[in-house]
Structures are given as structure tokens and as C-alpha cells.
Ligand binder design. Sequence first.
Ligand code: 13P
Ligand code: SF4
Length: 315
Amino acid sequence: MKTTQEKAARLKEEIKRLKKEKNALIMAHYYQRDEIQEIADFIGDSLALARQAAETDADVIVMCGVHFMGETAKILCPGKTVLVPDLKAGCSLADSCDPVELEAFVKAHPDYTVISYVNTSAAVKALTDIVVTSGNARKIVESLPADEKIIFGPDHNLGEYINSVTGRDMLLWNGACHVHDRFSIDRIIEMKKAHPGAKVLVHPECRRPLQLIADKVGSTAALLDFARTDDAREYIVVTESGILFEMRRKCPEKVFLPAPAEDAECQCNECDYMKLNTLEKVYEALRDGRPEIEVDAEIAARAVRPIERMLELSK
Ligand code: 13P
Ligand code: SF4
């Protein structure tokens, strides 16, 4: 019988072989399992994954992330095959914005510009003027005239953060991510007492009190960058714990402490959707050419403009 390590090593070899055979590119978000980040050709935040998808000359993109990330890649590259190893890898934040409800809200506010976070379905993007990620939301909002009326959704916490740093008063959708909305300030304060020298890194999808006590608020890539260039030795990381793999790889001399969810027994907070992708499913996706992401052509034609506008405005 094969050990788990032998099985993983064999799968990695097969993935390497199939990748070459099919001219495929494996992309992974920082929240993916460690072993998927290990075999990925490209690891990034949502913005970097969208940029890379727009630029690649691969025939097949294996998007190791969640469904909306695969959809974004497919909308940008309609001629390519885009695979997501497990199509059930959804996103609670994307689910918190129903396109029918958004359409009614937009109709009730006809003079507003609609800005949607990339964590949305293609149908929501199709109702949007500009897509943003946590990595470029501030820059994009600031590029608009100060008196522009804006609807921002679906993440309420990110919207509050952007309002606070830009001085805007955007109308916020009331959505949230079930992972980031579950971090508790009390447990982070306890950790800070035990590690007084540790700096606190917070994703802007976390609640406002956590944003206020953070040493750095930023997208996954921005938090990584901060950890790499900052001079502290210890960090409390208040985002999905998959990111610790890349933080430890980039800064082996530093200590990264995952922050727990308020009701969790364990010392971390994982996105169960992100963790649905496994090495075995990546192998099967490459081998079988499925599950493939499909986007309705009419929706894709409308959704591509706000995504391209984002890429243009965040250059
Ligand atoms: P980033 O854009 O920071 O990678 O975040 C994506 C995400 O899903 C956060 O929960
Ligand atoms: Fe969606 Fe939250 Fe998971 Fe990110 S961590 S993919 S926002 S459910």
C-alpha cells in the first residue's frame, strides 16, 4: 500500500506531465491547500489571478480557487478552457448578492455608479460599471470624481474600509464573507497580550473594529508584501489561514500566528470552499478536461467591460 507522501509525489509527477502535454497553466489563490500552492505555476491574490489570466498564452487554465475566479478567467479568455477542480467551490460573499435584488436596487438609484467586488457572480458583474478587488478598490474609487454617487457591494466591511480611507459616502450592500466576518476582536486582543511585539495584519473583509486595531489592512498580496518588507519578527494574521504557507515560505525567519474565528476550537480560520480543491482533483481535471467553467455568452459580453475597466484603472 502506498503512503500518503508517495501518493502525493506520484500525483505531482502526473500533474507535471499532463500540464506540459495540454499546454496548461495552474493558477492558485493564497488560500489553497499547501500542496496545491506547491505545484502551481502562479500564485496570487484575486487581482493578480485576473491579470495573469488575461495575459497567458496557455490553452488550458486550471484555476485553483473558487468559482468566481474561474468565471473571471473565462470571461477574460472566452477561447480558452478554464477548469476549476471542484465546481462546488463557491463563495459565501458572492452568494450574498443576488443579481435580481441588485438589479432592482440599481434601478431605484439610476444616477449611481455601480462598483462590485470581484467576489461576485458573472450575472452581478454584468450589472456593474467597474469591478474592483481588495488590492485596487481604494485606487479605483479615488480615480472617480469626488461627487460621484456610488453603490458598492457586496462586502459591507470592505465598503466601510474604503469609505473611511477615501472620505466617500458610498451606498453599501449588506454582504459579508463567512470566514472574515467570524474573526473576533476579543480573541485577537488576547493574542496580542500574549505576543505584545506582534503586528496585526487584517484583510479588509474583516469587521471595522479589527480594521481599526490593525498595523496593516490589505489584500492577501498586500499583507504578504508588508510582512516581507516590514522589520517586526512576529505577526498575527487575520485572514484565511492558507496564506501562512506563502508567508512562511517568503519569510522563513519570521513567526506568523493564525487568528482563530470567534467560535472556533482550533487556532485558525479556513474557507471550506477554498479547501474543496485537492491535488487529486487537480490531476483529474487535467486528465479529463473537466469540470469546465461555462459563462452564458450574453452575460459574459456585459461582464467583460467592468472587468477590463478594472484592469485598465489599476495599471
Ligand atoms: P484577495 O483579493 O485579497 O486575494 O481576497 C480574495 C478573497 O476571497 C478574500 O476572501
Ligand atoms: Fe469567499 Fe470568504 Fe472564501 Fe474568500 S474566504 S473565497 S470571500 S467565502
